[in-house]
Design a protein around this ligand. Sequence first.
Ligand code: ARG
Ligand code: ZN
Length: 463
Amino acid sequence: MRHNRRAIALLAAFASLLACSPSDAPAAAAHRPGAAGIGDTDFPHDGNGGYDVSHYDLAVDYTPATRRLDGVATIKAGATQGLSSFNLDLVGLHVRQVSVNGSPATFTHQGGELTVRPAEPIDERAAFTVRVHYSGRPQPATSTTNLGTFGFIPTADGAFVASEPNGSKTWFPSNDHPSDKATFAFTITVPAGVTALANGELTGEPTTSDGRTTYRWSERHPMATYLATATMGKFELRKGSTAGGVPNLAAADPRFASSLDKLYRTSGKITDYWATVFGPYPFGSTGGVVDDYAAGYALENQTKPLYGGFEPDEGIIAHELAHQWFGNSLTIRRWKDLWLNEGFATYAEWLWSEHKGAKTADAIFKGHHSRPADDPMWTYPPGRAKPDDLFNQSVYTRGGMTLHALRRAVGDDTFFKLLKSWAADNRYGHVTTEQFIELAERMSGKDLKPLFAAWLYQPRRPA
Ligand code: ARG
Ligand code: ZN
């Protein structure tokens, strides 16, 4: 006993010596708090600095009748700096417990930022695992600008989950910014009779016990947090695969049961067609979900586009499926480049129309170009999506027109090769507008800076 005490005292003395030894000082200073934002100047609080997530394992238990969610998020990450603390984004839910590498961590939770202080600081480049136990009644995000309602939206029979641009924080702790993609596993438990639809594929048949059913989904390709979904409710399903062999799952709220078959067939047909135009389908399955929440928009949730309260027509299905390449496989690093998603998906609608023998892309382009000079689209440069008006018409339509102007400048042959190279070279990665311009110039051998300047950056109608 006495021996032990002496040994402990000695150890303590030695430890305090070490703590103030000069050689230790730089190491201690090398651990500092990770930033509360990832560095997107338009969205300074979104995401976090100091680490990069590789995998989210989300176990979510949800009861539509009480709207209560119980969650355990296990997040694997790598430190990009020495960390004394770091943040996760989470809004409005109660955090019960946090651990880092299995040891309890202290934390504060304020204004959408969960600050975690691990018992041991984390070294630069070290891999670590954070586990967060949380619960509460998720509230969707609402914006005063044109973003509408998004995030986890409770419905009568479940939830409509569509999180673009930054609504993931309404239902799980995350590094909520597209510049940090990760793979996802979902374990979702709901009352028996409710279907839970998340990204990727089911890893087994759902299991039911004590009146509750658990669904296990896995998205094994990197995914931006805003594309994560756990849409729940009563659904009719149609499963199979496309003619080209991509597993296909369509789901419709009973109110939209009559659109299920068309959703399934159209999604399959368009997925296969885009594979011939943009290159191989990037994910493990395709499909779509129609829920009865009138969101006023659709979202290209990875592998499972979600349509909010309307029967989707071919144009919007073509749009959301084109996003599987442009937006989901190739993801923007900063929101101002959103035209790389929306301009491409809008142009895909025109390509689909052309393919069907309806209006050509050229005719659609000309129709838009003849809009009056005072149309608001001409004063909004689509190459710089505004944080308070992200989904402006210009980002979509003038973004699509930019691609058509490019097609006219470089010719069909180069243009369609360029679309395929863009998708192949950056598959599962991140992209910027500068990279696209660079590739277009390289493949065409032309100086395209004036074209992109006029179409993407000038506050007036291009000639
Ligand atoms: N990316 C979606 C689309 O192109 C639009 C998402 C709108 N999101 C929102 N919060 N309003 O169809
Ligand atoms: Zn879109």
